[in-house]
Design a protein around this ligand. Structure first.
Ligand code: C5P
Length: 293
């Protein structure tokens, strides 16, 4: 998680993620599903600006946030309140969240923002909590937040997503990412899932291809058990995947529980060309991004 001081404000950049593979291994007694997923951090960022305040926490949201409330239901506020109470902090903070990562897209925007609040406020309040002290707080708040605490370029994540094992990535990966107008609810996608279709992704093979620096090989190994239920819920996803597959890209897939989809490109120019064509075809939310460093 990158951060910098500008006067008395701390500015934190919260990256997005893409799932190269996502395997659902089964349903757990707590209602969540056990996952094994290979994730990359990508250089498309929300920004969290933290400034001094009295003893209260305040949040405003701008940018792509639409109707995202800055109240206590916002994951950033929940992360800030949890850190404040856990560490017994008397100060408050006023936070401004500038959204660029599309929401309900499977790109981890909300989780990354929450991780930015934990990492940012730890520095802002000079708490000096170690990464191993922040991880349990992240795990309490949601599924992907642990990944973003350290934002490794690539990791295998297990459990609900909270057990993160960073892995080497020998080359940058370039992506064209596009999102249909409509987002999808994670809970709805899991409800639509048929477990009989799940659990066949080969995470180890993807990680090996990443360690060797083979974007084409990585693309051949893409898989996501949530893609089929998401396509059933949203025909726009099938349409977008068809459009991506028709471009000269290695391969395309949906990320997380959708609704954003991505194609793996051989290089920046190929990703940029595909993005231009998608825009010409009328797709509004299109991004070119590479793995974050
Ligand atoms: O993690 P998050 O709260 O965003 O997940 C939303 C919903 O998606 C959960 O309430 C659960 O129904 C479902 N989910 C799941 N297994 C996971 C992650 C999410 O069943 N590993």
């Amino acid at each position: 998680m990158r951060s910098r001081w500008i006067g008395s404000a701390l500015v934190v950049d919260a990256p997005a993620k893409l799932n190269l593979s996502l395997s659902v291994l089964g349903r757990r007694p707590d209602g969540y599903h056990e996952l094994e997923t290979v994730m990359v951090s990508v250089g498309l960022y929300d920004t969290l600006v933290i400034e001094p305040h009295d003893d209260r926490l305040e949040l405003t949201c701008e940018g792509e946030s639409g109707t995202l409330p800055g109240d206590d239901s916002n994951l950033v506020m929940r992360a800030a309140a949890l850190l404040k109470s856990t560490a017994g902090v008397k100060h408050g903070a006023v936070m401004r969240l500038i959204k660029r990562i599309p929401m309900q897209a499977g790109m981890g925007g909300g989780s990354s923002d929450a991780a930015a609040a934990l990492v940012g406020l730890n520095a802002f309040w000079d708490l000096r909590l170690s990464s191993s002290e922040l991880h349990p707080l992240a795990a309490q708040l949601g599924s992907d937040i642990n990944f973003f605490l350290d934002s490794p370029p690539l990791a295998i994540c297990r459990g609900r997503g909270e057990v993160v094992e960073p892995q080497p990535l020998a080359c940058p990966l370039w992506f064209v990412i596009a999102k249909p107008d409509r987002g999808l609810s994670t809970a709805a996608v899991f409800r639509q899932l048929d477990l009989a279709d799940c659990g066949r992704a080969d995470s180890r093979a993807i990680v090996d291809a990443a360690a060797q620096g083979h974007p084409g090989l990585i693309a051949n190994l893409l898989s996501n058990d949530l893609q089929r239920p998401s396509r059933e819920l949203s025909p726009e996803i099938s349409d977008l995947l068809d459009r991506l597959q028709a471009m000269s890209l290695f391969r395309a897939q949906m990320t997380g529980s959708g609704s954003a989809c991505f194609g793996v490109a051989a290089h920046r120019e190929q990703a940029t060309r595909a993005a231009r064509r998608l825009k010409q075809q009328g797709v509004k939310d299109v991004f070119v991004a590479r793995t974050a460093v």
